[in-house]
Design a protein around this ligand. Sequence first.
Ligand code: 4HQ
Length: 265
Amino acid sequence: MKIEVVTLFPRLIAGALEFGVVGRAIARGLLNVGTEDPRVHTSDVHRTVDDRPYGGGPGMVMKPEPLLAAIRAAQARLPAGSPRLYLSAQGERFGQAVAQELMRCPGMVLIAGRYEGVDERVIELGSDRELSVGDYVLSGGELPALTVIDAVARLLPGVLGDERSSVEESFAQGLLDWPHYTRPEIFEGKAVPAVLLSGDHADIRRWRLEQALARTAERRPDLLRTAQLSDEAQRLLDEIKSRAGARAAAAAAGTAASEDRGERK
Ligand code: 4HQ
């Protein structure tokens, strides 16, 4: 896959891509990331890329001419059918489902704005889709662009050890992760759960699935409505829920009993 990032800070993008899984994917030729700097597409002596907002107010806006020229230069280096994505807090929420979708594209242009944003006409003329990484305000679209690159890169064939992807696909897809442990067996008085030392792989697998389900039910119940649960996972989840229900009932009964005895809540 080929990705082009339109940015006033190309070294911020290049620097972040040197490391880890993504750095290796690039070194192995599985991913290629280029940058295009709108400043290159200016002709005035000051290389001006921003200007004051029409209507007044604080902050600056990215000028349309150099930005659109940069987007077109980036697009020209990519295969046809490569979407142009503008990163902005006003966009559709980026998540794993969008990453899965983008993984299938031959390439993409990621447009990272700075200042208060870009001239709206550039979004209309030079972008196909607007994506947000979350409801917070950043100083530029570069970190969101890197987020998209990272999440998409790890889905590309050969980027991760394929043991990992197939394991996650088969049983904990769409759920929060289970807890992880490594040596030592006892750390600051806290022991690793015994099942992980048992050597019983069926037991370990069941425990991990149960932990992933219990955490998801507790912390992100919204994810359970969209997760594709296997029959085994659905059965475990029903057990987890009925145990949680029973605990809540016992706690309520305990409260009632102690209140009956005249104790305070
Ligand atoms: N931006 N998700 C770029 C964001 C943002 C987000 C603020 C985008 C500044 C210029 N982008 N502008 N959240 O906060 O994608």
